[in-house]
Design a protein around this ligand. Structure first.
Ligand SMILES: Cc1ncc(C[n+]2csc(CCOP(=O)(O)OP(=O)(O)O)c2C)c(N)n1
Length: 186
């Protein structure tokens, strides 16, 4: 399973009003390539903070918020899992694409390549978590999460692979304003 295939399943299943926050680097570029929409927030700068930004948005709206994160970024901000659980947020789906590398910067191995298990850490924080190893299971768990009034963490184990996709050609400030406007309008 590849990251872009996981993102494609997300894009195919979300409704127009649902919000996607995507991680810095190639994940955001892959999402932009597959389907650009006002309610995509391409988080371009702050490695580790996609989940925290997603939490802040989720706590302030009623729609489902889907965060597409990476294992390296979760490891950089491990406290986020504890905070998400403590917050009691219900409308957040955290998808951790666990390719066991810092894919966007050249596939340097992360600690999940050896003995760190993000599902167990998330469970230890009190979060409903599942690990999936193929696309069929991912789609099943993702649909279940969309239809559950509960925060869920899906760890999608993928191979290291970056699709060759173009850069995002929307200026960062426009990404922010477009996204904020979309939340106000609907
Ligand atoms: C604080 C900080 N450190 C390092 C970087 C450089 N950087 C950008 S993306 C990235 C890799 C992210 O890896 P991961 O979260 O596992 O996602 P993947 O790209 O593998 O999908 C790194 C190291 C950064 N942007 N900010």
């Amino acid at each position: 399973m590849r990251r872009i295939e996981v993102i494609k399943k997300i894009v195919e299943n979300v409704k127009d009003n649902e919000i996607i926050v995507s991680n810095i680097g190639v994940p955001s570029k892959e999402l932009y390539y597959l389907k650009d929409r006002d309610r995509n927030f391409y988080m371009l700068g702050s490695m580790g903070l996609a989940s925290s930004i997603g939490l802040g948005i989720a706590l302030n709206c009623n729609e489902k918020v889907i965060v597409i994160d990476g294992d390296g970024s979760i490891l950089m901000n491990l406290g986020t899992l504890s905070t998400i659980s403590y917050s009691g947020v219900k409308n957040l789906i955290l998808v951790v694409v666990d390719n066991s590398v810092y894919g966007s910067t050249g596939n340097q191995k992360t600690h999940t390549s050896k003995n760190t298990n993000i599902k167990k850490i998330a469970e230890g924080c009190g979060l409903d978590s599942v690990e999936v190893n193929n696309l069929e299971d991912f789609e099943k768990e993702f649909k279940k999460s969309l239809n559950t009034d509960k925060c869920r963490v899906i760890i999608a184990k993928t191979i290291p692979y970056n699709e060759k996709v173009p850069n995002i050609d929307i200026p960062p400030v426009m990404i922010k304003f477009r996204f904020m406007n979309s939340l106000v309008e609907k």
